[in-house]
Design a protein around this ligand. Sequence first.
Ligand code: AMP
Ligand code: MG
Length: 394
Amino acid sequence: MLEESEALQRILEPVEPGAVIWVPVELALDQILAQDIAGVIDSPPFDNSSMDGYAVRAAESATGMTLELALSEQAAGVDLRLKLNPGEAIRIFTGAPIPEGADAVIMQEDVEREGGAIAVTDGVVAGENIRRRGGDVCSGQKLLNRGDLITPARVGLLASQGIAEVPVHVRPLVQIVTTGDELVEPGAPLVPGEIYNSNGPMLQASVQSAGGVVALSHASDDRAVLEDTLRRAFATSDLVVIAGGVSVGERDYVKEVLNELGVITDFWRVKMKPGKPFLYGHHPDGTPVFGLPGNPVSAFVTFTLFVKPVIRALLGHGDRCLNESRVKGIAGTAMSNQGERPHYLRGIFEAGKIRLSGTQQSHAIFGLSQANCLVRLDPGQLVEVGDPVEGVMI
Ligand code: AMP
Ligand code: MG
């Protein structure tokens, strides 16, 4: 059976970032830049006032001096191209262009208004309260690198440069196919023997949170229905993720049907718990397919470890997300893995400590819902309170 690390390596090896498309800056949040971005204008684009006050010559504006007020005033907006005459001050407001001849702005709190003149109560030095052209960003300056994450502040930076669209990698379309006769969609009544389809919405949300675009379909445990559903899934999506039906039960038709569709199974089964029956293959058209075990926790764990990194890699994240999601902490509770496979336990990482989150069975979704990380224990590993433990954030 394949080790999880080798499984991930084999899955990620052929993955290249997706095609580059230009999207409106405000829709690019949390995406990865596909090209470097350089400044296109100086910012600020012109010298301007950082205060409401008076544009002056610093040499004429020491404490105790008096200046005549010019008739015109300069507000933010259209540059009136005012000129400051000797012995004068021009009323000015925050963000307004500095009149020619002025070399400082004196705050309105630092003068006393006396009719058509001002008396300086606290003098200024040259350059005071002026934001210089290009003082923040110069045209041509490298602003962002290919591979950078677009954050709200970077959206602001790009917008301040007048940049309306940015190059990112196209979001992959991920088709989730749930399987099972026992499943009912949330919102419908349950009859005895049935359970709600929790994997569908959970995986849908997982794809969205990873940055993919998702479509959802369900197939009953019927060969023909599954084949038809999968055929359409391969025709319309970049990745196909099947949940359930991939194990060894009599009605687990996934492997068989994939085979009929010409899918090459790269591997089936990974040495881990939960998630052993995980399958990875390729349709003849190149579409990768992932078979997740049906138990919700197993589906979640295998999606997190093997599918999410593919979506992130297609979006251009590289190794960033793998590294960023790793967590190291000190065990707040004792933990052990008596099995022969690495065990991913649901944990809560808080203030440097990791404790376990409720019952650890692979159908038990409540504990998963409380968890914020998966703790990885090696086969035979015993962890005492205070020992270091590692995992991944979820
Ligand atoms: P399977 O892998 O199809 O044998 O399913 C394993 C277990 O997971 C069974 O108890 C199924 O009822 C359950 N299961 C499969 N698919 C889902 C789903 N979409 N939502 C919730 N439970 C599921
Ligand atoms: Mg099933």
